[in-house]
Design a protein around this ligand. Structure first.
Ligand code: CMP
Length: 169
């Protein structure tokens, strides 16, 4: 009889502990704590022409970006004008458009935490002469116009630029 009573008490205690744990445990958070982001990258005509596409893709992967999508294309002058419309009216606009339409480019959607900022750091300063050692523009750029790569400058721009080249991504 005593053994039965002790068994009943143990089972009840276990049940009580389980119910208390269920009631007090923290709910599982569904909030993402990372800042996973996408950005648009372009390997420009100078870098494609110099056969640096592979080297630049290596740098991208060595810096832990995921390549979500990628293809090689060639811009018409009109498409280059539309892509860089924000620079219309600036002294270098014509030079920029002519250059971007001068040969094949490779466009990529990159994903990583804080991808916009991270990709800009990996690219280096717009002017290769000021780009930090080891950055892509330091390694493969030759002038402010022929600076090997492009990257979106903000998350809002990234959304528009990705849609420009990748309407289905
Ligand atoms: P990108 O990051 O593609 O964005 C706009 C581009 O304009 C920039 O890289 C440069 O290649 C180009 N650019 C900016 N300033 C000048 C300049 N003063 N002369 C020629 N091209 C420029």
């Amino acid at each position: 009889m005593r053994r039965i009573l002790s068994l009943v008490l143990s089972v009840s205690a276990l049940l009580l502990m389980s119910i208390t744990w269920l009631l007090l445990r923290k709910p599982v958070s569904t909030e993402r704590k990372d800042h996973m982001e996408r950005t648009l990258a372009i390997i420009k005509p100078d870098a494609v022409m110099a056969k640096n596409t592979g080297n630049i893709v290596n740098v991208i992967e060595n810096n832990d970006f995921s390549i979500v999508a990628m293809y090689k294309t060639r811009l018409t002058r009109e498409k280059a004008e539309n892509f860089y419309a924000v620079h219309k009216g600036k002294g270098f606009f014509n030079e920029l458009v002519n250059f971007m339409a001068s040969g094949p480019i490779v466009v990529l959607v990159l994903e990583k935490e804080d991808a916009v900022k991270a990709w800009r750091n990996v690219m280096g300063d717009t002017n290769p002469a000021n780009a930090a050692p080891g950055t892509i523009r330091n390694l493969y750029g030759t002038s402010i116009g022929s600076n090997a790569v492009h990257g979106s400058d903000a998350t809002t721009t990234a959304t528009d630029e990705i849609a420009f080249f990748f309407p289905n991504v």
